[in-house]
Design a protein around this ligand. Structure first.
Ligand SMILES: [Cu+2]
Length: 165
């Protein structure tokens, strides 16, 4: 009897391996989900050709964002941000809601040497200019922030309420 049961058990184990292996490899390739992380509660990255508005932003070491003109954005609008760093240290321009920035700050404190370059974030070196294109959708309360440790706390954020529709 034992001779019969052992192969049966082996077959069961074998089929369980077949069943679980696709699951195991799916969780092993969790990095593919990275793209989804760039979809935020306030929109998603877009192509420059889709942008219907350009907003110039200047960042400085006084922990401020200054806008060439007061930004006005409608829900659904795709905006090209041209972001210049006038300071002497790197700064970040990140688009999100309050919760997303809090999470981002936590991660930056844990990995202080990491440069954060997600779809919703650019890091701009001193004297440099970078671009980010964003389509606004979802929540209407948007925050632009620099999440480099200490910067947000020092005032490096700007809240914007999307206008209309
Ligand atoms: Cu900063």
């Amino acid at each position: 009897m034992d001779n019969v049961q052992i192969p049966k058990a082996a077959i069961i184990l074998f089929s369980m391996t077949l069943l679980t292996s696709p699951l195991a490899s799916a969780s092993g390739t969790g990095h593919h989900h990275h793209k989804e992380e760039t979809t935020s509660a306030v929109g998603q990255p877009a192509e420059k050709s889709q942008a219907t508005k350009t907003i110039h932003v200047v960042m400085n070491d006084k922990m401020q964002f200054s806008f060439q003109e007061k930004p006005s954005i409608k829900p659904g609008e795709t905006v090209l941000f041209i972001v210049k760093n006038d300071g002497k240290i790197p700064h970040e321009f990140s688009i999100g809601n309050q919760h997303e920035h809090k999470e981002h700050q936590k991660m930056m404190r844990e990995m202080p040497n990491m440069r954060h370059e997600d779809g919703n974030t650019i890091t701009v070196d001193p004297g440099k200019t970078k671009e980010i294109v964003w389509q606004f959708s979802g929540e209407k309360e948007v925050i632009f922030a620099c999440n480099i440790p200490g910067h947000y706390e020092a005032g490096m954020h700007h809240a914007l309420h999307l206008q209309g529709k």
